[in-house]
Design a protein around this ligand. Structure first.
Ligand SMILES: [Zn+2]
Length: 118
């Protein structure tokens, strides 16, 4: 359910951009880490609802997923987390979570600006 509030925020960011440029939002690129705890499908679903009647209406959402990475506490290697395992593939040491995979942000907003006054 927390996808709803982040979607409102995303739509707000994009709408502000569109209003500044006097255009409409064509596409919003999001970066979402697999560990961020957000479901892409829900974001799209809520977006369709919250964007109605705004410059964001009809915009396409693209979601770039980020695979989580762990850092080995013994040798310092960064490695992709395997299901149910925290072991370093190089030395077998213990991996600790990093910020990689927890991303959640708007990477870019593509606008459609019509400069015709007719
Ligand atoms: Zn290691």
């Amino acid at each position: 359910m927390h996808e709803y509030s982040v979607t409102v925020r995303i739509a707000k960011i994009a709408c502000d951009e569109a209003e500044k440029a006097h255009g409409r939002v064509r596409e919003i690129d999001l970066v979402v880490g697999d560990e961020a705890g957000f479901v892409g499908e829900s974001i799209q679903m809520y977006f369709d609802v919250v964007s109605r009647g705004t410059p964001c209406e009809g915009a396409r959402l693209t979601i770039e997923r980020v695979r989580p990475k762990l850092r080995c506490s013994s040798c310092g290697a960064l490695f992709e987390k395997k299901p149910f395992s925290f072991a370093c593939p190089l030395c077998g040491g213990n991996g600790t979570p990093t910020e990689i995979g927890r991303e959640f942000y708007v990477k870019s907003v593509k606008l459609e600006v019509s400069d015709s006054c007719t």
